[in-house]
Write a protein that binds this ligand. Structure first.
Ligand SMILES: [Zn+2]
Ligand SMILES: [Zn+2]
Length: 106
């Protein structure tokens, strides 16, 4: 089995839903809201996964980083902050206002 996850369609078009889709067809799309944000490679191909499918991804695929979905994940202008392993906006304008920050699991 090749270690790279099939990236398939651009999951960003589906909002922050889990990107798991066997056969990469809409009929098989996982309908769960994503709980994890995954960086597949250093070019910042990224995707989303629900808890069960994050477990699958950890078992089967290589990826650069992953973190719990936070308020800035997938927001326009948000950048992946590798030092803190979260998504964040680089300037003073928040991507999203006053969403509570979740602690980042170690
Ligand atoms: Zn899923
Ligand atoms: Zn993120």
């Amino acid at each position: 089995m090749q270690p790279f996850a099939p990236l398939g369609r651009d999951v960003r078009l589906r909002g922050r839903k889990c990107g798991h889709s066997p056969g990469d067809t809409p009929a098989n799309d996982c309908q769960n809201d994503a709980t994890w944000h995954i960086a597949w490679d250093t070019a910042m191909e990224n995707g989303y996964a629900c808890d069960p499918h994050m477990t699958v991804a950890r078992a089967q695929y290589v990826f650069v980083a992953a973190h719990r979905i936070g308020p800035d994940c997938g927001m326009p202008g948000a950048l992946w902050d590798f030092d803190n392993n979260r998504c964040t906006c680089p300037d003073e304008q928040p991507c999203l206002t006053t969403a509570a920050e979740e602690p980042i699991p170690a």
